[in-house]
Structure formats: C-alpha cells, structure tokens
Ligand binder design. Sequence first.
Ligand code: GDP
Length: 287
Amino acid sequence: MQIQWYPGHMHKANKEIKSSLPDVDLLIEVLDARIPFSSQNPLLAKLRGDKPTIRVLTKTDLADPAITRLWQDFLEQEQAVKTLAVTTKHPDKIRQILDLCARMLPEKAAANKVIRTMIVGIPNVGKSTIINVLAGRIIAKTGNEPAVTKQQQRINLKNNIVLSDTPGVLWPNLESPYCGYRLAVTSAIKDTAFQYDDIALFALEYLLKNYPDQLQQRYQLPELAREPLTVLEAIGLKRGCLRAGRQIDLNKAAKLFLTELRAGGLGSISLETPEMIVVELMELATT
Ligand code: GDP
C-alpha cells in the first residue's frame, strides 16, 4: 500500500514544532490505544527530548484492556513520560490530564505559575474530543475524517494550564510496512487511499491469529477457515453481500467488516503490541 505525505507539509510542521517547543512546559501526546506505535508521529519522538510528556491513549473502549496496560508500561519506560488511558465514555478520566499536568510539574503548580502545554497527535486520533472535554465546551471541531488544514488555538484551562493545539498536520509512523495497514484499519488514513479488500484481508489475517473467537462469534461462523479470503467470503455470504448471479461482492463484504470492526462490533481489539513492534523493527533493521 502506497501512502503519500507531502514534503512541503512535513517541512512546515517540522519548523512549527521546533519553534513552538521552547515555549512549552509539557506535551500531551495523543495516541490511539489500538495502535500506539503506528499513531505516533516520528518527528515528535525525535524532537521531544526529555520534555515532560503525558501520552494519552484514546479510544480505549475499542482497544483490548490487557494490551493497553502493556503499552502503558512500555511507553512509561521513557524518561519523563506518564500515560493515561481514556475514552469518551468516561470524560472524568480525560479531565485527570489536568491533575497529572500539575503533578508532573509540582514546582510550577505549587507556585501557581502558568503551565504551558501543547496537545499533539496525528489527525483523527481524538485531540479535538479531548480539547472539548478539558475546556468544558465545544471549541474544536471533531469528525472521523482526517483534517487537512487548521489554525492553532490557545485555551486557558483550570489549574493555570494553558493548552495550545498541534501546530500543522502531523503524519503517522510509517516505519514498518504494517503501520500503514493498521492506520487504515482504524480509519486514521483516508478511505480513498486504499482498497477495502486489501485492508480487510490484512485485518482478518491478524484477527484469525489473535482474536479468532470474536470473529467467529460476530459472524456466527460454524467453523473458521484458515485463509483470510475464505473468511471474507463467508462473511459476505452470511451478510448477503452478493452481486448478480449470487457472486460474493468482496468489496462490499470488506467494507461491512471494516465498518463493524472500527465501531467495536467485534469487541475490544488492539492491533499491535509492544512485543510485535520490537520484533518488526528488529526485522526491518536486518533487511
Ligand atoms: P482529531 O482529528 O485528533 O481532533 O480527532 P477527533 O477528536 O475529531 O476524533 C476523531 C474521531 O474519533 C471522531 O469521530 C470521534 O468521535 C472519535 N473518538 C474520539 N475519542 C473517542 C473514544 O474515546 N472512543 C471512540 N469510540 N471514538 C472516539
């Protein structure tokens, strides 16, 4: 799968982040709990240094809780990093970000000094949703299609915290070839950038290995074939995705399956684990 990120955009974001960082006390890095590695912006990982950072894992209602826990432990191994796992289903947990900011910068908090924070993350990861919860009103527009351009805003929050949003548009981690697929499965990459059946087959292969029971249960499949294509055909047949002549419409079946997976219809599913990523990166380094 080929994904294009425009060099012009990337240079601009690079410059904007570099110039914003010195004025920031703490970063709020937003990651999708289902894909904390693939949804990370690689530039930020480089530029962060040891700036205090809260990594907020979003959409945990869709992710596997045991794997989210593993990710939290893994991500907190880095210096000056704390994590919070959140979902819009529990806005109180999102509001804990503010208390954590104060706890991570105790001297500023004790002296009642302003804490300057910046929320960063790739499009569609849930930044606007968090901004709105923290502000207690609708400030940022949310939507499930990646944004293209927007103006940076600055918002005053409680505890003397000032929040600026992501300068420019950040791109995801495409270090390993699998990252693009995982981003597409979670709809972090625009639907027009890929073929539905391609992504569905990738997701099915992963689910067959890691979540076979959820797959079988959701589609009431008496037995589970080993081949992703056979499973996709079985889903198409079950759900009446047919063309003239009773041929299975694979594209329709793929779209239906992905829509249900993205909405949590197959249960809480994480698409990558720290262990998987370590192995993939090692493989990449030796090829
Ligand atoms: P942004 O582009 O990073 O600002 O992301 P948005 O805040 O616009 O969110 C992108 C999409 O993810 C929207 O459709 C949100 O409704 C959805 N979303 C955000 N947080 C959650 C969550 O905790 N759970 C679920 N299921 N969806 C979420």
